[in-house]
Design a protein around this ligand. Structure first.
Ligand code: SF4
Length: 119
């Protein structure tokens, strides 16, 4: 069987995906809101990191949860993780507010909860 190179020119080009206005400054497939953990309130139960495993992890020095990436899990799964938090210290925030929130957190004195339990 011989191949016909003309077929390559007859094939329709793939349509470029349309912008939806939710692209953050970084570009890519991020949502319109960012997720934020107020580590000063976190009690280190690890629930969120067990539910949305590609978003939350236990920070090793203070043993509190941190959102280490914003595009790891679906909004639905992240919301499920938020709903499991017993102290309601995870919330949706604007991407633009993340830097200020980080600075405010760094200014607080946070007591270490020790190492998170092994899973
Ligand atoms: S569910 Fe809440 S309290 Fe538990 S580790 Fe996550 S952020 Fe901390």
């Amino acid at each position: 069987m011989t191949s016909n190179p003309e077929l390559a020119f007859q094939a329709k080009a793939q349509e470029e995906s349309k912008r939806n206005g939710k692209e953050p400054v970084l570009g890519g497939k991020l949502r319109s809101k960012a997720v934020w953990v107020d580590e000063s309130l976190c009690i280190g139960c690890t629930y969120c990191s067990c539910v949305a495993t590609n978003t939350f992890a236990m920070e090793p020095i203070n043993g509190r949860a941190r959102a280490f990436r914003q595009d790891g899990d679906s909004s639905k799964l992240i919301q499920e993780a938020i709903d499991t938090c017993p102290v309601n210290c995870i919330e949706w925030v604007k991407f633009e507010d993340l830097d200020d929130l980080r600075k405010q957190l760094e200014a607080k004195s946070i007591r270490s909860l020790g190492l998170p339990p092994l899973r």
